[in-house]
Design a protein around this ligand. Structure first.
Ligand SMILES: NC(=O)c1ccc[n+]([C@@H]2O[C@H](COP(=O)([O-])OP(=O)(O)OC[C@H]3O[C@@H](n4cnc5c(N)ncnc54)[C@H](OP(=O)(O)O)[C@@H]3O)[C@@H](O)[C@H]2O)c1
Length: 261
């Protein structure tokens, strides 16, 4: 199926990470020109750009001027942006029950996931206003829909993105671009490799307890839905939506009573 993305410039934030790189590669197979944003993975981002015929651009997505400049530099490199995938985000680390969650971690997690998404969207929407078209796809998380024990900060940040931001921006974008669209994907856990450690295997078992398809997501599962959502040709009448890439997950099993502090 032709997604109509050939020759189109698409920026992927966090484009050299686990999901970001799969999204970049998928877009490249559709003929798109990927712009790979990175923060610290310089070598990986440039190698991916070489592989895919794209461009690698560095920015901290928590510095307003850098985010605005990223969009400008992306346009200078590849021309008007057909879409942006706001994929960059940060997993907060070990689980912490909310009664013990520090304000510092709460703020960091909201910054890493919600503020980064907001600043990326704000910068891109200015460009959308100039060019009169655009498609924005956020990467959320299953945690936004089902909660995640030990991760109230992450679940709250991701649900703010996939619910509040997506629905509001889908309404606002059409003031600048009549056919502009804003959507999100919410993946379940994507294990980094097939060689999961013992602890990860335990986590996998728990994560899959309510998943009818019986396996975790792969980065390719996520990337193909992102590419589909970006495409006006196939998803041109889809906006304000969140697609769960969760194998049909219907919930999460409850934590053990003796769980983390
Ligand atoms: N992997 C999963 O199981 C999973 C499941 C559900 C949702 N997600 C979501 O999917 C997205 C990608 O996750 P991933 O697993 O691919 O993680 P990852 O490999 O760590 O990639 C995250 C990327 O975001 C970038 N980034 C984070 N904070 C940034 C900031 N403040 N400024 C600039 N760049 C920043 C990082 O850049 P550098 O590395 O260059 O520093 C990194 O490339 C995230 O939004 C995550 O929450 C992941």
């Amino acid at each position: 199926m032709d997604l109509g993305l050939s020759g189109k410039a698409v920026l992927v934030t966090g484009g050299s990470g686990l999901l970001g790189s799969a999204i970049v590669r998928r877009l490249a197979t559709e003929g798109a020109v990927p712009i790979i944003h990175y923060r610290s993975r310089v070598a990986a981002a440039h190698a991916l750009a070489d592989d895919t015929g794209g461009f690698a651009l560095q920015a901290s997505l928590l510095v307003e001027s850098e985010v605005d400049a990223l969009i400008e530099r992306a346009v200078e490199s590849a021309g008007p942006l057909t879409g942006v995938v706001a994929n960059a985000g940060g997993w907060p680390g070990p689980p912490v029950q909310t009664r013990n969650l520090t304000l510092e971690r709460w703020r960091t997690t909201l910054d890493q996931n919600l503020t980064v998404a907001f600043l990326t969207a704000r910068a891109y929407l200015k460009h959308v206003r100039e060019v009169g078209h655009g498609s924005l796809v956020f990467v959320g998380s299953a945690a936004a829909h089902f909660g995640e024990d030990g991760y109230a900060d992450y679940a709250a940040a991701k649900s703010a993105v996939t619910h509040g931001l997506v629905r509001t921006l889908a309404r606002e974008i059409v003031e600048s671009a009549p056919h502009g669209r804003v959507n999100a994907v919410s993946p379940t856990w994507v294990p980094p490799s097939a060689h999961a450690e013992a602890a990860a295997e335990q986590r996998l078992k728990r994560a899959l307890a309510t998943v009818p398809l019986g396996r975790p997501a792969t980065s390719r599962d996520v990337a193909s839905v992102v590419a589909w959502l970006l495409s006006d040709a196939v998803a041109g009448y889809v906006t304000g939506e969140v697609i769960q890439v969760t194998g049909g997950m219907s919930g999460k099993i409850l934590p053990r009573p003796s769980g983390e502090g």
